[in-house]
Design a protein around this ligand. Structure first.
Ligand SMILES: [Mg+2]
Length: 369
């Protein structure tokens, strides 16, 4: 089998309801969708995580990476990954948008591998036998305390037993929100908090000490991803375990992050870290470092979310799945209904490959030309 075509579809969709986190307000959601075609007629799909300029990511897929892998056998996923990475690293591109472009291609390759072998991708990845994943609601977005507790009540009604709170508006307001939500949901619900890198280490230490009494599962991205010394200081100075990794790339990035000893939950994003091929290596590294795997999903299309379910089902040390409880048009782009958690667990698709196909009628209006 040979790869004959690699296409990229840049997508920008308007959010039905904008959502606010510490560092931005999302009014649009973006993605670059990759389609890889083979000479045997199999087509695989994958998503590159995109925060801005999906056309730029699409150009990297089609102009930089595609020429290197057309003609290769998609069953050689590791070789394809290395062909893309080694060619770019000698040109200085070892992180950032090039890795995100590679990620979408790798996910599409593993969709093909599943289809070619008749297995769901999580089985083709030498799965752990997981068919369902415990999931948490992501996220309670920023608002006043009343708005935030009403979001928490909605998640309880949906059957969730764990949820994440977006904080980072100053530690007094953060504590007010967490206190109100804890008293609303009771003691048995797991609560995580996410700063989206809003703080410096000293502020994050004070925050963590203030929040300890609310039984917080993890404190996510207290400081920016490049501040590894800051991570060490936050871990040493306050009692809540730390989660991080959505801003990190490839095994080399995670090696350095985990070497701090500060992080208890690793959060690679499949559409950024390097796809399944590299994501599984990161999961192994985390497992050997006594760090749980809690893959990031975030603002992306439903394709990255479903692909990440396969990653979570196949990887060692998996802890809990981040399901995006948000309304935007890219959550409804398949020919079949989007899988959703029921009573806090989500079931994997059973069809070969990633197990979903794009409904181009739904996607077409958001594609940038
Ligand atoms: Mg986060």
């Amino acid at each position: 089998m040979r790869i004959t075509k690699v296409e990229a579809l840049p997508v920008t969709a308007v959010m039905d309801e904008p959502v606010r986190i510490a560092t931005t307000v999302f009014t649009e959601v973006r993605a670059t969708i990759v389609r890889v075609t083979t000479d045997e007629g199999l087509v695989g799909i994958g998503e590159c995580l995109v925060r801005s300029a999906p056309k730029a990511t699409a150009s990297i897929v089609e102009d930089m990476l595609a020429p290197r892998i057309i003609g290769m056998d998609p069953m050689d996923a590791g070789s394809i990954w290395w062909e893309m990475f080694s060619a770019m690293r000698t040109r200085g591109h070892t992180k950032g948008v090039v890795l995100e472009a590679m990620s979408g291609i790798d996910v599409a390759i593993w969709d093909i591998i599943g289809k070619a072998t008749g297995m769901p991708t999580f089985k083709a990845l030498h799965g752990y036998g997981r068919r369902v994943l415990p999931a948490y609601a992501s996220s309670i977005f920023m608002g006043d305390a009343a708005e935030m507790t009403s979001q928490a009540e909605r998640f309880i009604e949906l059957g969730y037993k764990a949820m994440k709170i977006k904080i980072g508006s100053g530690i007094d307001r953060d504590e007010e929100a967490v206190k109100a939500i804890r008293s609303t949901v009771g003691d048995s619900v797991k609560l995580m908090v996410d700063c989206n890198s809003a703080y410096d280490a000293g502020t994050a230490v004070r925050l963590g000490r203030r929040l300890e009494k609310y039984e917080i599962e993890w404190l996510e991205e207290p400081v920016p991803p490049y501040d590894l010394k800051g991570y060490e200081a936050v871990r040493a100075g306050q009692p809540i375990p730390l989660a991080s990794g959505e801003g990190e790339f490839a095994t080399y990035g995670f090696r350095d992050l985990l070497a701090t000893g500060a992080v208890s939950y690793a959060q690679p994003d499949l559409g950024r870290v390097g796809g399944f091929t590299e994501g599984m290596r990161v999961a192994a590294l985390a497992h050997a470092s006594n760090v749980y795997l809690a893959p990031h999903t975030g603002m992306c299309s439903a394709l990255n979310i479903v692909a990440t379910m396969h990653f979570a089902a196949a990887a060692p040390g998996f802890f809990m799945f981040e399901f995006m409880e948000v309304n935007h048009p890219l959550m409804d782009i398949f020919t079949t209904p989007m899988p959703k958690p029921v009573n806090g667990v989500i079931a994997l698709p059973s069809e070969p490959g990633i197990g979903v196909e794009l409904d181009m009628g739904k996607l077409e209006r958001w594609i940038e030309r």
